[in-house]
Design a protein around this ligand. Structure first.
Ligand code: SAM
Length: 276
């Protein structure tokens, strides 16, 4: 596998820092007897250390040559290699087959980081925790707090699905070939907040997407552009204790939940159209 050229289109920057490998696997906590999904195992830098600790590793690798190499290397052990695209892989069925919520680990292909994170978020009921490596700037956005430059749609979406912690950052030299960016490992515990905050998942996330549609606009203008009436928006801002000029990047997750409830209530109170 070492001799195969890396495919940049598949985000192939292989981890060569063995200490970092140990730290990533340790960050998952106790996985003895458990099934762990590895996203993009590549040449197996993390897979071997993971297999030594976990009950079962389900390694999902899109590159056919790499998946064949991994199958040969881990034959007869506790590693199953699926030559599949993580974006279409059925995590819910894997959790059902394992009889438990899954742990996930991965040095992600950076070109599809957001789709992978959204897929994990959407599959939260199948997942327990994840330790993931992403581009440093993406990690900054994931863990950002309201009011910071990096706070946005990605922060709210990920944090609504459970708490995140930044763990450590690696320089390009930790990989072969070296990427152009630094990389950060973070941990994500899946504990969705929708029920606790009294909001419905799909429409809440839709509201947040609308709120961040254009960062230069105020929240009110973004909602107006999405078709909400000015009166509705005004009462929702007041209920969430927000100024009329508030911007989405200043609003906490709890603030968005108040907005969602107020907009929902306003919609309920609106006169229904007369039947024709
Ligand atoms: N885990 C290895 C390591 O740390 O050295 C490789 C990490 S490399 C950054 C990303 C890996 O994801 C590559 O092996 C690449 O082939 C694989 N990959 C890219 N797109 C994928 C996809 N859609 N589904 C599954 N694997 C993918």
């Amino acid at each position: 596998m070492e001799s195969m050229p890396a495919r940049p289109k598949l985000g192939q920057n292989f981890l060569r820092d063995t200490q970092a490998v140990q730290r990533i696997v340790a960050a998952l906590g106790d996985v003895s007897g458990r099934t762990v999904i590895e996203i993009g195992p590549g040449r197996g830098a993390i897979t071997g250390a993971l297999a030594a600790r976990a009950g079962h590793v389900l390694a999902i690798e899109l590159d056919r040559e790499l998946s064949a190499g991994l199958r040969a290397r881990f034959a007869g052990g506790n590693v199953t290699v699926a030559g599949q695209d993580i974006l279409t892989f059925d995590l819910a069925s894997a959790a059902t087959a394992a009889g438990e919520r899954l742990a996930v680990v991965g040095n992600l292909p950076y070109g599809i980081t957001s789709p992978i994170l959204l897929k994990l978020a959407a599959s939260h009921s199948a997942l327990d925790r994840a330790v993931l490596m992403v581009q440093r700037e993406v990690a900054d956005r994931i863990v950002a707090a309201p009011g910071s430059r990096d706070y946005g749609l990605l922060s709210v979406t990920v944090q609504m699905h459970g708490p995140v912690e930044r763990l450590f950052t690696l320089p390009p030299s930790a990989f072969s070939p070296p990427p152009e960016v630094h990389s950060t490992v973070f941990r994500w515990r899946f504990a969705p907040r929708f029920a606790e905050l009294g909001v419905e998942e799909a429409s809440f996330l839709r509201l947040v997407r609308l709120a961040f549609a254009q960062r230069r606009k105020t929240l009110a203008n973004n909602l107006r552009a999405a078709g909400f009436a000015p009166g509705e928006i005004g009462s929702a801002l007041a209920r969430a204790d927000l100024q009329p000029q508030a911007r989405a990047e200043a609003i906490s997750i709890e603030g968005f939940a108040e907005m969602w409830k107020a907009l929902d209530a306003a919609r309920e109170q609106m006169p229904k159209a007369e039947p024709e």
